[in-house]
Design a protein around this ligand. Sequence first.
Ligand code: SF4
Length: 188
Amino acid sequence: MYNPKSPIATEFIDDEEIRDTLRYAEENKDNLELVNRLIDKTDELKGLTHREAAVLLACEDKDALERIFAQATKIKQEFYGNRIVMFAPLYLSNYCVNGCTYCPYHKKNGHIARKKLTQDEIRREVIALQDMGHKRLALETGEEPCQQSNRRRIRRVSKPSIPSNIKMAQSAVSTSISLPQQWKITAN
Ligand code: SF4
């Protein structure tokens, strides 16, 4: 049963919901009344549901696409201005029990060296990145327990992670880091 607030992977990544969403987008991508209503809705700067976003992504109408691009530019300017926000990736470990074939870290790849950073190595890497001026880190790991890192001048830590790693990732974020983010890349 689809539940976007659930910490359980099979509930917030629901195959049936993904397929229904793609079907809904396909059925509605030429419904220009709906498409324009959704574009108007983005003016509220409160986001769209995944189904609404899917409709706009599927839309191929030239005029609607121009509106979507214009609106995307406007919203980007509203939030970020002309800034480009960059994250420094920090790979904590490339051990992984999964088999995503697009990824070199997948379990069956016997051609790469496997490495998990020690606490001291993480500390050195974080300090080096910080001294280079980075304020945002993207912590990268495979599906393995992650290590911890924190440093006062780092403002943001982003962690692509599996649900079971959420607690570990949260513990990796010190209170001096104001904006922890976490996401899970998934492929269907
Ligand atoms: S879970 Fe992540 S690290 Fe592991 S194989 Fe998939 S993409 Fe690569």
